[in-house]
Design a protein around this ligand. Structure first.
Ligand SMILES: *[C@@H]1O[C@H](CO)[C@@H](O)[C@H](O)[C@H]1NC(C)=O
Ligand SMILES: *[C@@H]1O[C@H](CO)[C@@H](O)[C@H](O)[C@H]1NC(C)=O
Length: 200
């Protein structure tokens, strides 16, 4: 299915829905105000992604043991949140999202998803990994659920360890993308001047 799907939900509605999703919290780490509060324009990519909207946001970190002098060998416990939202006209069956981790990340938990091809936690994902929904395998459309976010979106709450990047640097993945066939997405972009939200 290569046909381009038209975005069925106007952006201001998506914004409202995102705002009303209680556990989305983009900026805990730096305490900045998120653009969602005054969305001047849709983020680049939203209406080019054939109706699937992906985000990855870094939430927090704390230095963990062992504490070492060599900054690039220091481990940090981190938390982040990835989301996938079906804003299109068609149900997305068996969603899979790639997150291009690149800082020797070791995941210890990922609620809302499983690591495809991963063994039990902890799992080393420093070359990137694919998440699939668990228990929410499919994402329905807003149209067939009257915009019920619990059915059109999934969230992956990620916890793990990451190496090297100390504040104010933010250990972001290289990229995020939808793995499912039939969708064409632009490259993921950092959100405006905010270094800890990546979206497609
Ligand atoms: C610091 O740690 C990095 C990553 O483990 C390592 O490649 C590098 O050789 C270390 N540098 C020193 C001076 O030990
Ligand atoms: C990442 O890829 C490199 C090169 O293929 C490999 O040596 C390394 O073990 C991989 N790391 C992980 C965590 O899979």
């Amino acid at each position: 299915m290569k046909a381009r799907l038209r975005l069925g939900v106007p952006w201001h509605l998506v914004t409202l829905m995102l705002l009303s999703l209680p556990s989305i919290n983009f900026n805990v780490c730096h305490g900045q105000t998120d653009d969602y509060e005054s969305p001047a324009a849709p983020p680049p990519g939203l209406d080019e992604c054939n109706g699937i909207f992906l985000t990855y946001s870094f939430t927090s970190r704390e230095k963990e043991y062992p504490k070492v002098k060599n900054a690039s060998a220091q481990a940090w416990a981190f938390k982040s949140l990835a989301t996938i939202t079906n804003t299109g006209e068609h149900e997305l069956k068996g969603w899979q999202m790639f997150v291009g981790f690149q800082h020797k990340e070791v995941l210890v938990s990922a609620s809302g998803a499983i690591v495809v091809d991963g063994d039990d936690f902890p799992v080393a994902v420093g070359n990137g990994t694919i998440f699939a929904g668990n228990p929410q395998v499919d994402l329905k459309t807003a149209i067939e659920t009257a915009g019920d976010f619990t059915q059109i979106a999934a969230q992956i709450e990620i916890a793990g360890s990451v190496f090297g990047i100390k504040p104010p640097g933010v250990p972001m993945p290289k990229n995020i993308k939808l793995v499912n066939d039939g969708y064409k997405c632009p490259k993921s972009t950092l959100r405006g001047n905010n270094p800890h939200v990546l979206m497609v």
